[in-house]
Design a protein around this ligand. Structure first.
Ligand SMILES: [Zn+2]
Length: 470
């Protein structure tokens, strides 16, 4: 049986919504009859935003498959943060019958307690009833974490999947619900998510990148002079910006995310794993606000402190106390102390309790490459005190790192030289086999250095023939 010729499908309507409306229009007694016609299976669950069997759906309703996947699902939303391979797997699962798009979107892996069900805005439902004569489920309301309508600024209502198996029951939003005014910060997030979704759909912004976020953060002054990100400052600013988010809304952003503890693991290279698009949007919306890009969000954040080093030094030279500088600029006392000591400005904190003479002794021993334990014994100081002096002496940590490398290199050279001397019959490959770590340490440091101490190259010996030629 073909679809009714007068049955319209609306822009931004979910797959579940189209099926539910068609079920209502056709007046079937049992939804299984419709499932059999559209999906060729008797029982069918339809996910709110990541359904599968889309080829069969598009074929039945006479819609191009690319339009279906773009306008009726959140595939573009998840594609924006997934790798190309993972995104193609997700797409294949959504087009086919047997895959599980929800799992391939990595949502269970993110471990977030997100609302599982269909969401709608009571005001949008009323408007749709006036315009179309029916209510519909809209894809923009299904975005995870969105709890407010971006148009009507009211709270969305949710119908859980497990509520009498709604996803098999096929229903539409009801009209007899009052709308409640939503929290303003929730509306900001909804508007931003909706804007991003339409950008992904129109291919204006296809993929989110952590590198780009890091570059933007650095450009906005969230990096140390050594190029490291100031994570605690970023988290504080994010918390300040998203302060009004509703933490108790069952449809909204889960409370653990609102602590922004994910920032470090998400941005650090060593701990970086795929993150839910919601996390990207929380950061990107805040960054857009900071950059004062042409967006309509109010500037809520504190001013980012560019050149705060200069201001700290200026205040310190004017004789202001560290306490006062900390209060005025919001920079940690540890940072102020480090900056003052690097610039040779006297301060009255505890780290100055040692005399200049003792500190000088520690620094000189540090420069000579003595271990912290040795210096501790020789000068009767705590190891933590010595570490602290090393940290605040400009360039000393790097110098000691270089010394450690030189020491390792000298040891490796000695080991290889002694091996060459003791085993005159060894070939180069034998030395590499017996002293692999030392061999490669010298190799990566300086190839020529290794070339000078190894035995001369030998030409390869062809294998002996097993049988003599007649
Ligand atoms: Zn609405």
């Amino acid at each position: 049986m073909r679809v009714l010729p007068i049955f319209p499908v609306y822009e931004g309507e979910t797959v579940y919504s189209v099926i539910s409306r068609y079920f209502a229009v056709m007046g079937y007694f049992n939804s299984n009859t419709l499932a059999l016609q559209v999906f060729s299976m008797e029982r069918k669950r339809i996910h709110p935003y990541l359904p599968n069997s889309l080829k069969k759906f598009a074929n039945y309703f006479g819609e191009p498959i690319q339009e279906t996947i773009k306008n009726r699902t959140l595939f573009p939303f998840f594609e924006s943060t997934l790798s190309a391979i993972q995104a193609s797997k997700l797409k294949a699962a959504m087009l086919g019958i047997n895959g599980s798009p929800f799992h391939l979107s990595l949502t269970p892996q993110y471990g977030l307690k997100l609302f599982a069900g269909h969401k709608y805005c009571p005001e949008c439902a009323r408007r749709d009833m006036d315009n179309y004569g029916t209510t519909i489920w809209r894809i923009e309301h299904q975005i995870p974490g969105v709890s407010a309508c971006a148009i009507h600024h009211c709270n969305l209502l949710g119908v859980k999947n497990n509520d009498l198996c709604l996803d098999r029951r096929l229903s539409l939003p009801t009209l007899n619900n009052q709308s409640n005014k939503a929290n303003f910060t929730d509306v900001i997030f909804s508007r931003y998510s909706k804007k991003k979704l339409s950008q992904y759909k129109s291919s204006k912004c296809e993929h989110e990148s952590v590198e780009e976020i890091i570059n933007n953060l650095k450009a906005l002054g969230f990096a140390t002079p050594n190029g490291l990100l100031k994570y605690s400052q970023i988290v504080n600013e994010l918390k300040f910006f998203w302060n009004g988010l509703n933490s108790n809304h069952p449809l909204g952003i889960p409370e653990p995310i609102q602590s922004f503890d994910f920032i470090g693991p998400m941005l650090r290279v060593k701990t970086r794993t795929p993150a839910h698009p919601m996390k990207y949007h929380l950061i990107l919306c805040w960054l857009d606000n900071l950059k004062k890009a042409p967006c309509e969000y109010p500037t809520k954040s504190k001013n980012v402190k560019h050149n705060c080093d200069i201001e700290i030094l200026k205040l310190a030279k004017a004789g202001k106390s560290m306490n006062l500088i900390e209060k005025e600029l919001g920079v940690s006392r540890c940072y102020i102390r480090k900056l003052l000591e690097i610039n040779g400005i006297y301060h009255k904190s505890n780290s100055m309790h040692l005399s200049e003479k003792v500190i000088r002794k520690v620094v000189i021993k540090g420069l000579y490459g003595y271990t912290i334990e040795d210096i501790s014994q020789q000068l009767a100081l705590k190891t933590s005190t010595i570490e602290h002096i090393f940290c605040r002496t400009k360039g000393l940590s790097l110098w000691r790192k270089n010394l450690r490398h030189q020491k390792k290199l000298a040891n490796a050279l000695a080991v290889i030289k002694s091996a060459v001397r003791k085993n005159p019959n060894w070939l180069r490959k034998d030395i590499k086999e017996h002293h692999n770590a030392e061999f490669f340490l010298v190799y990566y440091h300086n190839k020529q250095m290794l070339e000078d101490i190894l035995p001369p190259r030998t030409s390869p010996v062809p294998p002996k023939l097993k049988r003599k030629r007649p």
